[in-house]
Design a protein around this ligand. Structure first.
Ligand code: IMP
Ligand code: MG
Length: 172
């Protein structure tokens, strides 16, 4: 069993998501956003963020897995589920749960760019800049957090704890 301590409360998450939604709605006025959820970790964030965007949005889902243990990614990324639709000429907003080493997003951004979207931006709920190995430009960041392994609100530990409504760290 993990000994959980709240890092970001449910209220703080929702407040920040409202702000991000307002900012994205402002930045994308006159555009149609395709929100691209990176499964599975981003599912809660995608759902809540989309409700705070006051523009027409479409939703797409992709699944990638990085080979590695449960604590860190190896840098080798595999597409487990690809998009069903072409994204050429579209405004794509990648919705991510967390950026750690940056390898997953760097890879994803590279392969999606080759499909010629009109724009390709990233919105991540959490950013762990201390762990960055590969540089990635991120347009929207919910919270910058220290280098702790976090769970909850979509983020898992061995596939569990995704359903916590807040973000927690394991106090050993
Ligand atoms: P990156 O490729 O190292 O940036 O790793 C990104 C992916 O690793 C995220 O999308 C998460 O699925 C997972 N990950 C990284 N840090 C954590 C964490 O603290 N808790 C849970 N999953 C994490
Ligand atoms: Mg993820």
């Amino acid at each position: 069993m993990l000994n959980l301590e709240t890092l970001i409360s449910e209220e703080a998450i929702q407040k920040r998501i409202k702000e991000l939604g307002a900012q994205i709605s402002q930045d994308y006025r006159n555009q149609e956003i395709i929100m691209l959820c990176v499964l599975k970790g981003s599912v809660m964030f995608m759902a809540d963020l989309s409700k705070r965007i006051t523009l027409p949005v479409k939703m797409e889902f992709m699944a990638v897995s990085s080979y590695g243990d449960e604590y860190k990614s190896s840098g080798v990324v595999k597409i487990v589920k690809d998009l069903d639709q072409p994204i050429e000429g579209k405004d794509i907003l990648i919705v991510e749960d967390i950026i750690d080493s940056g390898r997953t997003l760097n890879y994803l951004k590279n392969i999606l760019s080759e499909r010629n979207p009109k724009s390709l931006k990233i919105c991540t709920l959490l950013d762990k800049p201390d762990k960055r190995v590969v540089d990635v430009d991120v347009e929207y960041i919910g919270f910058t957090i220290p280098d702790n392994f976090v769970i909850g609100y979509g983020l898992d530990y061995q596939q569990e704890y995704r359903n916590l409504p807040y973000i927690a760290i394991n106090k050993e």
